[in-house]
Design a protein around this ligand. Sequence first.
Ligand code: 1CP
Length: 355
Amino acid sequence: MIESVSSASSQKELLNVLNGRAVSRRPLWFMRQAGRYLKEYKQVREQAGSFLKLCYTPELAAEVTIQPLRRFDLDAAILFSDILVIPQALGSTLDFVENEGPVLQTVRSKDDVSKLDDNRIAEILGPIIETVKLVKPQLKPHESFIGFCGAPWTVATYMIEGGTSSDRALAKKAAFSGEAWFDQLIDILVETSIEYLAMQVAGGVEVLQIFDSWASDLPDIFRGKYCFKPISRIISGLRDKGITVPIIGFARGLGSGQEEFVDRVDVSAVGVESNLSLAWIRDNLIGKTVVQGNLDPVLLDCGGPGLAINIEHILQHLPKDRHIFNLGHGIRQTTDVEHVSQMIDIVREYDNKSG
Ligand code: 1CP
């Protein structure tokens, strides 16, 4: 068995909250905490030459993973990589075009799926595991290390669309019309994700997050098959390998469907989007699981009194023993670092005052 933590209380508050233990301070970290809003990130990104080179150069990827923890009082580092390295490891070409986003070779038929090759996952993703090994010894005793992958539905949307799409209509059509190749693609992504996450844990990550950023695309009747089930299969695949690390599920945009998500998927915590009501979260989710979120990244970008009021609104509704403070989605590129520091100060002061 790979034991992530002992049952005794840890200095790592993120692990404490995820394992159901009381915390002395509310854990916090931010999705996309490494990125272009940091000038030190832009420097390393330029040095690497391209985003993908940065992901695959362990020394540089480790450096940008640590950067936000040098600047801010955070409870976790998140591995610097991307959810789209899995399609790449399966043999799809991948490029990140400046100011445009990812461009992938498309997968739109049985033939395309049959060309995917899952024999080279460990080799191609090896440098990312090297990053994990470089970061781990640099973390302080209270800092947890988060690994991640994309959920099969979200990764499949990028593979089918060939990149970012405004409506994911091609992917939705493939799923809704019951194409057999689509189900095969989901199966391949489930298996590959298990292998990749297991590699990250063996390398030293202590928590996993599964990002289903486009979960909201799935109408009620398809949510079980393409959101809840594939994520559950990944989790059971990891548990079958003896991996016990806590897992955070982030199925963005499910709204009141988040309750069914936590009923059906055995996660240690659920990430919630910004437009979910705090009273609803308190009344429907907090009794069942730990909740992560959900400050609107645009509020953080704006700063000012609106930011403080919204942070306090979140803190008032969610108890620190059941909450991981985070955003409802990734930090925006235009965010002022001063706003990030202010946000962290407000969270720390609130919990100090309220004990
Ligand atoms: O150099 C750059 O600025 C490239 C921008 C960038 C960054 C910093 C991309 C391109 N990916 C990343 C890193 C990244 N991506 C992390 C690193 C760790 C951290 O959080 O600090 C993580 C966890 C991701 C996950 C990711 N990539 C998701 C899921 C989360 C989400 O934002 O919904 C998705 C959908 C992607 C795809 C992706 N990567 C990058 C772009 C531009 C996109 C497309 C986004 C879209 O379609 O809207």
